[in-house]
Write a protein of this length. Sequence first.
Length: 428
Amino acid sequence: FTTPLMHIPAGGDTAEPLFAFDTAAGEIGHGPASYLPDGDRLLYSYWDDRWRIGVRSLSSGERTPLTEGYGARYTPSGHLVYILAEQMMAATFDPATLEMGEAVQLLTTLGSTPGWGRSAYDFTADGTLIYLESPSDRNTAILRLDADGTRTVLRAGDREFRRVRVSPTGDRLALEVRTVDGDTQVWSYDIVRDDLAPIAQGAGWDQYPFFSFDGDRIGYTSERLKSGDVFTRAADGIGEETPLFVNADYKQSHSWSEQGLIFVRTNSGTTGGTGDIWLYSIDDPDNPVPFIESEAAEDLPFLSPDGRFLAYTSDRSGRSEVYVTPYPGGPEEYEWKVTTDGGTEPRWPRDGMRLFYETEGRIMVAPVIQTDPFRTGTATVFFDTSERFWDVGPDGSYIVAIEDLAPPRPRLVLNWFEELKERVPTGR
């Protein structure tokens, strides 16, 4: 969501920002949007310290805040429908004056992704609603998936686990856990002892966990101070957390080098891009430096274990692809495009001689065939999986993935506009 709303102009073939973040109003992220009936004003979601809904005029730039929430749509029945704390809400709404009535709860089991401001519903012009219904019990399982097809359940049934990272020694996991109220926390899981320990349980979102190079500490991004700052704590959960990088820029950290350098995906660049990669140093936290800046969206920086190469994604080609560039030389020296049919989530095993990535529900692995300059050979399928969250084990012989035990179910509601008008009368 750190990308501004994009559009492709009529007759064009390149996406460009529809409008920039309103930084004076605290915007640091945009979510999905839809036009109001006049075709000029846009109903959109934006992030400051939480998701909120507003209206922006494309002709004048005038901005009108409406309410907290995301996934807002205007219905022909005269309602504003949106998501708040994973519940579908509806209120009467005048698209001309932007006056909004008191909101009423419609659904409590709607599937959504609060962290990204995404909702799983849509409706037709004649009033048929389709949505994903999430089970009240949204627990998951942690799986080990070996290259030979062996499937081992490490833990199951007591929490909704999401993002996962495997420690350099392979005996511990850093996990993002989603709470019943839609917040996220960071936990540490000792695989051998089958023991969970809390790392970060603040109000809001603590997310994107990652290990230090030696595995002794877990870093993570926290929204508690609004901008998305980086904190760290001992991997066993003992002791207090330590703030690493606290400033006004949004930061997603993914990779921690042996020298104490942390590669961060941020939107603080000066090129007009929708995501750049900066380098922060634990020894000099107040002076980060840009490493990759462009008009495209760069993301998911992962440094190779030997510290010589950085894998990352970029959408410069019109879709996400995986690239590798030398460190510290960067793209100015050269870069290698690993994928040609789309790719994301690059991962290195500890030997650095393979690169794992995801494409269309498959985990792929590409061999490193030379390092001067860096080149990869033909990738092969390591595992077919529909799981969104995974990481590779340190020796590259397995991945750890998160499996939904009760996936969302599609639901269809006919004559939904009539139900809306009955439950939320518009007086017309």
